[in-house]
Design a binder for this molecule. Structure first.
Ligand code: GLU
Length: 275
């Protein structure tokens, strides 16, 4: 936890090699933490067991060190790295799920991805993502046991037409409208794994994070996550969203674009100060 001091984090997902865009965002997080004399955590977001691999975690530590990043807590700092690795933190996530459930903030949902995609007249947001049509919103939330309940998908009950406004430390005032920009989103998956939205909020609260620095691609997630903070009765951190790094044709960098990976740039003799 923190004693009122700035605490930031960098939270990579080890599904591939880190690229220049990750480094730029993480360096911004480091700069913000240093400017305030705060601490920086490295948290490994490896909940997607099918796509995350331990060798990518090793690689990212090496690549981030090369890029000039240093963190105070997390892997490679001499402390127990398990405390900073999401796949080892399921108690934190079950705790958050329980709290949401006891508030009636979430509901179990049987719909497959395909059901949601094919729902008749399912509205879509501006980005073309379908808005959950509410199919399971009113179904019973009773289960025989907690472990049975944890074998279901659960969604956040998102109010209709509420404006979620926040001031981003980089981008200024932003607003999203619930039910238009996003609908009832997943917080728990029936394979026993929290969604990104729930895991990140539960961890940011548990780790006492005071400011989240991350890419602009997660702005809509921030709006969703603010609803989770509210339902948990927790004060949200400040947010600072960084512009995405794009390639020559204007597309955002992806882990599959090898040429921009920190590995390749290092192998090509790049000076990390030029990142
Ligand atoms: N792990 C997430 C990602 O790599 C970032 C999470 C966050 O910063 O909130 O996209």
């Amino acid at each position: 936890m923190n004693n009122g001091k700035y605490k930031g984090r960098i939270a990579p997902t080890p599904t591939g090699f880190m690229h220049r865009g990750h480094a730029k965002t993480f360096l911004a997080a480091q700069r913000r933490a240093r400017e305030r004399g705060g601490r920086l955590i490295l948290r490994v977001e490896d909940l997607d067991g099918d796509r995350c691999r331990p060798e990518f975690t090793d690689a990212l530590v090496e690549d981030l060190l090369w890029a000039g990043l240093r963190w105070d807590e997390g892997p490679d700092t001499g402390g127990p790295s398990g405390e900073y690795t999401q796949s080892k933190r399921s108690a934190v996530f079950v705790g958050a799920w329980r709290a949401l459930r006891s508030q009636g903030a979430i509901f179990p949902c049987d719909c497959s991805r395909k059901d949601v995609l094919s729902a008749v007249q399912a509205p879509h947001n501006e980005g073309g993502e379908p808005i959950y049509p509410g199919t399971c919103r009113n179904r019973s939330t009773a289960f025989w046991s907690e472990s049975e309940a944890l074998e279901s998908n659960w969604r956040m009950r998102v109010p209709d037409g509420e404006t979620i406004a926040f001031t981003d430390e980089n981008l200024g005032n932003l607003r999203f409208v619930t039910g238009v920009d996003f609908g009832d989103f997943l917080v728990w998956r029936k394979d026993g794994i929290p969604s990104y939205e729930l895991a990140v909020v539960a961890d940011d609260i548990a780790m006492g994070i005071t400011e989240v620095v991350r890419g602009e691609d997660l702005l809509l997630s921030t709006a969703r996550q603010l609803l989770i903070y509210r339902a948990l009765g927790a004060t949200p951190p400040a947010f600072y969203h960084c512009p995405l790094v794009r390639d020559a044709s204007g597309n955002r960098l992806a882990k599959r674009d090898k040429a921009q990976s920190l590995r390749e740039l290092r192998a090509g003799g790049m000076d990390p100060k030029m990142l």
